[in-house]
Design a protein around this ligand. Structure first.
Ligand code: SF4
Ligand code: SF4
Length: 463
């Protein structure tokens, strides 16, 4: 166990199996996440006493409905985490009633835990809850020894002697076999259960992505494991249309109800569907604003996730102070959505799934591409045009087609440097297994490339 204590950053990344795969990036690269796009961000002063809290039935923890996701800490011009800004964000969050901070050894190129630990250490330990994960994704860290080293390292990075919420990270990716290798066969889950008994872990749960067989299996073992919480993806599109956003996902309605049946609190991730619910199609943005002109587009998604009673906290990766302030308005206090609002959002969701965007949430797990392609920038430019209702349509009038064609091509060159565009993808497929959204990246890039070439060829005519 002590092995994990004296390793270099590079060694550590190698050991946790994340040196060779893309890590969740921080700061500038994720600027778009959680922005209340298409509308003014609502910034208002809120008070700590107005924060909505939920009670954890196992430990009685009073948890703020807004949870701080620490996967997108701001970075400076050198690409390193801007600790001063992290401290400011954490201070402001705590002063305004936020008390749940969710990190992982995998976030911010392996540096999130340390930055989070530095910022939180400056506060009274009884005033906040730390959630972190056993993120042993790579095969090289599946052994008992390596996984234990990773677990112990989290205490060191976070500068704590107990962890409030510990998760098996991203179970479901890679199916049952992956679960067995990462947590069951190596005895790690048994170890974590013992750690919970000792009090070094106060709550034990898992975050779920992917294969529903794994989710069902782990819940079927609830009598044995006594899950204190489970982290799931829930938002108003995934509630009933998860397969439309990602064909292998399971509807959040099913996941939430399975937890509710067993009285297990849900921690919510992706309330904004990877930022897509803050950057909706212009037409949808207009109808959301008409319904409540005072609130941001993003706030609808946050209020939606918070309206469910069994939800303990809703995570948001907040890089900028304006994100934090906007989310505080949504939860301090929560004004739950009415039955009418829910019905309205279901109609919005039905409409949204008819817009053919690519389900990229800019997580950057697929990066870096060894051939230099900026994968998310390519996919996001395409989505931006779809959402703006500006896809060049050959069936539209010539003028309209030519206008949108120019917008697409000029915007593409501005958003993605030439050498990083889809045309340079060789289709090697290295990136594909890293995408939690299961996007067939080489296929989508080839599609974009063909589309761009087609637009370039059709310069002076309506096709
Ligand atoms: S398939 Fe394309 S984008 Fe993916 S790693 Fe290979 S070259 Fe890069
Ligand atoms: S393509 Fe997949 S892995 Fe890459 S940024 Fe988008 S969602 Fe993340």
């Amino acid at each position: 166990m002590n092995e994990g204590k004296n390793i270099s950053r590079r060694d550590f990344l190698k050991r946790i199996g994340l040196a060779s795969v893309a890590l969740t990036g921080c700061g500038k690269a994720t600027e778009t996440t959680n922005t209340a796009n298409n509308t003014t961000t609502v910034v208002g002063e809120t008070k700590a006493e107005d924060m909505t809290y939920r009670i954890n039935p196992t430990t009685g923890d009073k948890v703020s409905l807004l949870g701080f996701g620490c996967m997108r800490w701001p970075t400076g011009s050198d690409g390193e985490i801007d600790q001063e800004m992290v401290n400011k964000l954490v201070d402001y969050a705590i002063e305004h009633g936020v008390n749940y901070f969710d990190t992982s050894p995998a976030y911010c190129k392996g540096k999130s835990e340390a930055a989070t630990g530095i910022a939180l250490k400056r506060h009274d330990r009884s005033k906040y809850y730390i959630a972190t994960k056993l993120s042993n994704f790579g095969e090289q860290v599946w052994s008992t020894e390596e996984s234990l080293a990773m677990y112990e390292n989290s205490f060191k990075e976070l500068q704590v002697d107990y962890i409030d919420y510990m998760l098996l990270h991203g179970v479901g990716m890679g199916g049952m076999e992956n679960l067995r290798k990462r947590y069951l066969d190596n005895g790690i889950l048994d170890h974590l259960l013992k750690e919970r008994k000792k009090g070094r872990i106060r709550n034990l749960g898992f975050s779920y992505h992917g294969d529903i067989e794994v989710f069902d299996y782990l819940l079927s073992q609830h009598d044995k494991y006594k899950w204190d919480f489970v982290q799931i993806q829930l938002n108003y599109v995934d509630w009933k249309h998860a397969k439309a956003t990602n064909r292998r996902n399971t509807d959040a309605e099913y996941l939430y109800n399975e937890l509710q049946k067993r009285g297990i609190p849900a921690v919510i991730m992706e309330p904004l569907l990877g930022g897509r619910l803050s950057k909706v199609h212009d037409h949808i943005a207009q109808s959301l604003k008409e319904r409540d002109p005072e609130r941001s587009i993003a706030s609808w998604a946050f209020r939606y996730a918070g309206t469910f009673e069994g939800v303990l906290t809703v995570l948001s990766g907040m890089t900028y102070m304006e994100h934090l302030k906007d989310n505080l308005v949504s939860y301090a206090p929560l004004k739950p959505l009415t039955a009418d609002d829910l019905e309205f959002l279901e109609k919005v969701a039905e409409e949204m799934v008819t817009y053919k965007t690519i389900p990229c949430n800019d997580c950057k797990y697929c990066m870096p591409c060894p051939y230099g392609i900026d994968i998310p920038a390519n996919l996001l430019h395409y989505n931006k045009i779809v959402n703006a209702g500006m896809m060049p349509d050959e069936n539209a009038g010539t003028e309209e087609y030519q206008k949108n064609r120019r917008i697409f091509l000029v915007g593409y060159d501005r958003s993605v440097p030439k050498l990083r565009q889809a045309s340079h993808c060789i289709g090697c497929g290295i990136c594909k297994p890293h995408c939690p959204q299961r996007i067939d990246i080489p296929r989508e890039l080839a599609r974009i490339d063909i589309f761009v070439e087609h637009l370039k060829r059709n310069k002076n005519k309506k096709a």
